[in-house]
Design a protein around this ligand. Structure first.
Ligand SMILES: [Fe+2]
Ligand SMILES: [Fe+2]
Length: 285
């Protein structure tokens, strides 16, 4: 555990998760054995989410590691409770994504392992050279993307899912729900300890947005080329249309963190969360 020094605002209560929303670690089971690699609306949406799944386990382990590291600097009991619940949720998510990723490796995508090794090298090298404020911004930046993607998946379900129904969609709906549930926690940890909230904006704009765009769209491109989908000219247009439609999800929102007094959980976020809770009640039971 590390005590945070520079720019510390420790002592301030800072959990911004609404009081009536409890972050609950859950352990639902999903059987992916009957799910094919195109489990969403089309190859473009499916391979985007498959690419994301490759990135998720190491990102979530990094979130867990950094949140644990700074636990000793947090004094707000509500935020400490949220951090513990987030760690448990992320541990479960990483495990389930590893299972999905093993199935993808069996499809013959030989670049997955070298990519995973590069991601580990890249993230650990960045952590080694980062001052504490930049390291603290990492989980907040990762959670920025997971909550943005989750919100989009939940709100624009027909864009992603189409007419499909399977265990991988149930799993993604559950993961998206829990990402919405703990959307504030890593930002709260960052904002409690670091008053220069614009550092999160900078780290998103100059490190994590470029890194996420290159890795997720890069892996998606690799999958689609390997499948031969993009070797057919007729697929270029829908592919480019998908990129154009999905890009705002990964590139918006960095500047909100620089605004004075920014707090997560807008009234719209609460509505989205409650609607999703109702929709996937059968999975949460
Ligand atoms: Fe997660
Ligand atoms: Fe998360």
């Amino acid at each position: 555990m590390t005590r945070y020094q520079a720019g510390s605002k420790s002592g301030l209560p800072h959990s911004s998760t609404p009081e009536d929303i409890a972050i609950k670690p859950r352990r639902p089971e999903f059987d992916f054995s009957g799910v094919c690699k195109y489990w969403l609306r089309d190859p473009f949406t499916s391979q985007f989410m498959n690419a994301l799944s490759i990135v998720v386990p190491h990102s979530e382990r990094t979130v867990i590691d950094i949140v644990r590291k700074y636990e000793g600097s947090i004094s707000d009991p509500n935020l400490l409770r949220d951090m513990d619940a987030l760690i448990r949720q992320e541990g479960r998510h990483a495990l389930m994504h590893l299972r999905c990723n093993e199935l993808l490796k069996k499809c013959g995508y030989s670049a997955i392992r070298p990519f995973e090794r590069f991601q580990k090298f890249f993230v650990s090298a960045l952590r080694r050279i980062s001052p504490p404020a930049w390291e603290l911004a990492m989980p907040a930046a990762f959670e920025h993307f997971t909550s943005a993607i989750s919100r989009d998946f939940v709100v624009n379900q027909s864009f992603w899912v189409g007419e499909q129904s399977n265990a991988a969609i149930d799993f993604t709906n559950w993961h998206a729900f829990e990402e919405l549930e703990h959307q504030a926690v890593c930002f709260d940890v960052f904002a409690t300890l670091e008053k220069r909230s614009w550092l999160l904006t900078l780290s998103l704009l100059f490190v994590w947005m470029p890194a996420t765009l290159v890795s997720v769209y890069g892996m998606q491109l690799y999958f689609l080329l390997k499948d031969g989908i993009l070797l057919k000219r007729k697929n270029w247009r829908p592919y480019l249309k998908f990129i154009f439609q999905s890009l705002p999800m990964l590139t918006r929102g960095a500047f909100k963190y620089a605004a004075k007094g920014f707090r997560p959980w807008s009234p719209k976020d609460i509505t989205i969360y409650r609607d999703q809770e109702r929709r996937i009640q059968h999975i949460l039971l």
